[in-house]
Design a protein around this ligand. Structure first.
Ligand SMILES: [Zn+2]
Ligand SMILES: [Zn+2]
Length: 177
């Protein structure tokens, strides 16, 4: 997913379209490796301006699988985003964001700009940081790990306490004393 800078420079002032379907490997997000759908669709274009900036307009869609923070069920998120990027030559330029525009820098010696790291960054920025399979997910039983969404009347702890009280071995022990 490279923007060829010599071609872009040659076509200065012209919006050069691109459209690609790429495979992204896993994305690190909050210490989790997230699988990303095989086909990330990317389209948009780039223009080399007279002040040697490169403006990139990027549309992408991707399917990312996260896991519910409470019950660990897989959650597929479909992302569709439009992003505007500007690459500036100015070495002293702050790498910053200006509203909806993200500003980065590139070097005069760069032959290409690889959009993949930026794509990953935008995907991460748009992911749900605390994903839940449903707002009222009941999570897992802290004692046995049972999924409480599937077992409405799960009463693990109470049952165990009951069991302890009525343990026949305790009765035997009582008799012996
Ligand atoms: Zn859940
Ligand atoms: Zn349980």
């Amino acid at each position: 997913m490279d923007i060829n800078l010599s071609e872009l420079r040659r076509r200065e002032g012209e919006f050069v379209h691109f459209e690609e379907e790429i495979e992204l490997d896993q994305i690190n997000f909050h210490q989790n490796e997230l699988p990303v759908g095989e086909h990330v669709r990317v389209s948009g274009g780039a223009i080399f301006t007279s002040d040697e900036s490169i403006n990139v307009s990027l549309d992408f869609s991707a399917d990312v699988v996260q896991h519910c923070r409470r019950c660990l069920a897989p959650i597929e998120e479909h992302l569709e985003r439009h992003e505007e990027l500007e690459f500036r030559l100015d070495i002293n330029a702050e790498i910053d964001s200006d509203g909806d525009l993200s500003i980065f820098r590139y070097k005069k010696t760069d032959k290409n700009i690889d959009l993949v790291p930026y794509l990953k960054r935008f995907i991460k920025l748009n992911l749900e940081p605390y994903p839940l399979c449903k707002p009222d997910c009941r999570g897992l039983c802290p004692h046995c790990g049972a999924n409480l969404n599937l077992e409405e009347d799960h009463q693990c702890q109470e049952k165990e306490e009951e069991k302890g009280a009525k343990d026949p071995r305790m009765d035997k022990l009582g008799e012996l004393l």
